[in-house]
Design a protein around this ligand. Structure first.
Ligand code: S3P
Length: 444
């Protein structure tokens, strides 16, 4: 069975244990492909996430004239074409379900000498692109959207100007798009973040030989710098590990271990939140020589061990929300199985992810009989030791589907989860990995 099944039935209860390797980091894999494409010389990527989202980026780059080789499932050789080497695509570029791919490509394509169009699946066609178009337009780019949403038409403008931009929402995708466009712009691009967001682009630009200056919450980068192809070792995706961190808290009677996981501090807000909830999670950082980024990328990596824990509800500090943004669906499951109340506010961004994740999670919690309240910018949940069984709709959202699979470990009856095919966007092999850990998942 593969993640392409229409739905899953997950048996109630059970336990998890063992040592798991989850696939490569999605954010880092997208960036390695894109930076490799516009670098001079070859880039070798290992630990690449061969999920649908990153494959959409790979196909788009091939349509732009970049030669990619796949010597193995998780290895890619990118033959960089240099800063001015991309070629006009013959058709619209289909980014599938991948918001990161579409938004970063906007930054990459805005300064080209040709026009291009970006489209995606039903979910992506509903997502806001104006947040990227606006700063790029300030740089002189010509970009049309359909009322702020895709299709995105880019009229290539080779002479962009650097800007000094304060992001209105904390978004690594917007930051990254402006940095990519800034590489081709005249002058010094400056970006200020309202709150820290994942910094993989900054770290990886450094690894490709680009100089960046950090001045507090501001990043500055001189345009016109060229990239040198390099070696990128992608660590396991913390966001995929997150499902098993919570699974372990709920049901690891013997330790559950996750190996080689990226623990970039701009990604690991969930660790802090689970610790506050009383989780028994031990993080063993790997030595530098072994790390996922070959020294210069400086992505810290760890082996993580988790054991069954008596979780307590918490009030999530808003400052941690951007650092745990993709992990909030599974945090809601942890909260549903914790003693006491959990409150998450300041998470309005969840409304514009692959689904409206506040609404999708609230509907699923309702189906499982979990007392909760849906707020404009968050969720309040009263936890119990267990949740009910029932049928939930993932709304085609990979992280919602995987979060409810984990909930089955503490359910009083089986949980049926509909529309799970998109799990393949970020975690191909989830079902096999979950079964290896001890979850009983069957296709519907
Ligand atoms: C991502 C940034 C985040 C995150 C997404 C991946 C990235 O989105 O939710 O899954 O790789 O830059 P925002 O930048 O919209 O917050």
């Amino acid at each position: 069975m593969s993640a392409a099944a229409a739905g899953w039935r997950v048996a109630a209860g059970g336990s998890v244990e063992g040592t798991l390797a989850v696939p490569g980091d999605k954010s880092i894999s997208h960036r390695a492909l894109m930076l490799g494409a516009i670098a001079d010389g070859r880039t070798h990527i290992s630990g690449f996430l061969a999920g649908e989202d990153c494959l959409a980026t790979a196909r788009a780059l091939e349509a732009l004239g970049v030669r990619l080789e796949r010597p193995a499932e998780t290895e890619v050789r990118v033959h960089g074409v240099g800063a001015r080497g991309l070629a006009a695509p013959a058709a619209a570029l289909d980014m599938g379900n991948a918001g990161t791919a579409m938004r970063l490509m906007m930054g990459l394509l805005a300064p080209q000498r040709f026009d291009s169009t970006l489209v995606g699946d039903e979910s992506l066609m509903r997502r806001p692109m104006e947040r990227v178009a606006v700063p790029l337009q300030m740089m002189g780019a010509r970009i049309d959207t359909h009322a702020g949403r895709p299709p995105v038409h880019i009229h290539g403008t080779p002479h962009l100007r650097a800007i000094d931009y304060t992001l209105p929402v904390p978004s690594a995708q917007v930051k990254s798009a402006v940095l990519l466009a800034g590489l081709a712009a005249a002058g010094r691009t400056r970006i200020t973040e309202p709150a820290p967001t994942r910094d993989h682009t900054e770290r990886m630009l450094g690894a490709f030989g680009v100089e960046l200056l950090h001045e507090g919450a501001t990043i500055a980068m001189e345009g016109g710098q060229s990239l040198r192809g390099t070696e990128v070792r992608v660590p396991a995706d913390f966001s995929s590990a997150a499902f098993f961190l919570v699974a372990g808290c709920l049901a690891a009677d013997r330790p559950l271990r996750l190996s080689n996981v990226g623990i970039n501090p701009t990604r690991t807000g969930l660790l802090e939140l689970l610790h506050r909830m009383g989780a028994d999670i031990r993080v063993q950082r790997r030595a530098a020589a072994d790390e996922g980024g070959v020294r210069s990328i400086l992505e810290p990596v760890a082996d993580i061990e988790v054991r069954r824990s008596a979780l307590r509800g918490i009030t999530v500090p808003e400052a941690l929300v951007p650092l745990a943004i993709d992990e909030l669906p599974v945090l809601f499951v942890a909260a549903a199985c914790a003693r006491g109340e959990t409150l998450v506010r300041g998470a309005h961004e969840l409304r514009v992810k692959e689904s409206d994740r506040l609404a999708s999670m609230a509907a699923g919690l309702r189906a499982l009989g979990v007392e909760h309240q849906l707020l404009a910018d968050g969720l309040w949940i009263r936890g119990g030791d267990t949740v009910g069984g029932g049928a939930v709709d993932s709304c085609g959202d990979h992280r919602v589907a995987m979060a409810f699979a984990v909930a089955a470990l503490r359910a009083r009856g089986p949980i049926e989860i509909a529309r799970v095919a998109n799990v393949a966007t970020s975690f191909p092999g989830f079902v096999a990995t979950a079964r290896a850990a001890g979850l009983e998942i069957t296709p519907l």
